[in-house]
Design a protein around this ligand. Structure first.
Ligand SMILES: C[S@@+](CC[C@H](N)C(=O)[O-])C[C@H]1O[C@@H](n2cnc3c(N)ncnc32)[C@H](O)[C@@H]1O
Length: 205
């Protein structure tokens, strides 16, 4: 990865993901988390203020050192211990059945082999554990999908490998998750091609 990917992209992500409008969505996706939690694509820690009191520890998986450094103040202020213990969601350095819950927000768009990452999340979740997800992906409407396909190559280059057209729910079910609940909507204040969100709970058998 070059200078742009290492130094600039995490700072852009920190700003782009740190908006006030995302906060109610972060609160919603984090509600219900409890026990030992693994967070995939921790970024600069924008979910930290929304971890419920029932969470005992968060294990952050994040490849970007800059992202982790930008998270420092939030990690320090966290009400629960947060440690960075993994660098790549595609290969998690944890034993099977390690976590009560998992969290992923706007990350499944970027992990190169997202199928492998979801299998890893299932492996490290205890049976019956749930992945709480908030992800942008393939839009429900064809005219928006056309724009997503047109703009995806630019997005991929500028935003560290982010794709617009990943079918989030299909990816989760293909990995063996059962969708407990899901809400699909366009996030307010952003262009639809970048804001086709899925927020829900995927349960590992
Ligand atoms: C758009 S950002 C979202 C960050 C954070 N989840 C949030 O909601 O603010 C995507 C994150 O996925 C991370 N990422 C990229 N490849 C990854 C991988 N293979 N495993 C885990 N995280 C990855 C990026 O470094 C980045 O922090």
């Amino acid at each position: 990865m070059g200078f742009y990917g290492e130094q600039i992209v995490p700072r852009i992500i920190n700003k782009a993901c740190g908006g006030k409008t995302a906060e109610p969505l972060r609160r919603r996706v984090c509600a219900g988390l409890a026990g030992e939690v693994v967070e995939l694509g921790f970024g600069s820690g924008h979910n930290v203020p929304f971890y419920p009191a029932a969470v005992t520890r968060v294990t952050a998986v994040e490849p970007s050192d800059v992202g982790w450094r930008l998270a420092a103040a939030r990690v320090k202020a966290a009400a629960v211990p947060v440690q960075r213990s993994g660098l790549d969601g595609q290969s998690l350095p944890f034993p099977d059945d390690s976590f009560d819950a998992a969290l992923s927000t706007w990350t499944l768009c970027t992990i190169p082999d997202v199928g492998a990452a979801l299998l890893e999340v299932r492996r490290v979740l205890k049976p019956g554990g749930a992945l709480r997800f908030l992800e942008h992906g393939l839009a429900p409407d064809e005219p928006v999908r056309r724009w997503q396909r047109r703009l995806e190559p630019v997005q991929y280059r500028l935003a560290g490998g982010c794709r617009f057209t990943r079918p989030i729910v299909d990816l989760l079910t293909t990995a063996g998750f059962t969708i407990g609940e899901v809400d699909v909507f366009y996030e307010q204040g952003a262009p639809k091609f970048a804001a086709a969100d899925s927020l829900g709970i995927a349960v590992s058998a």
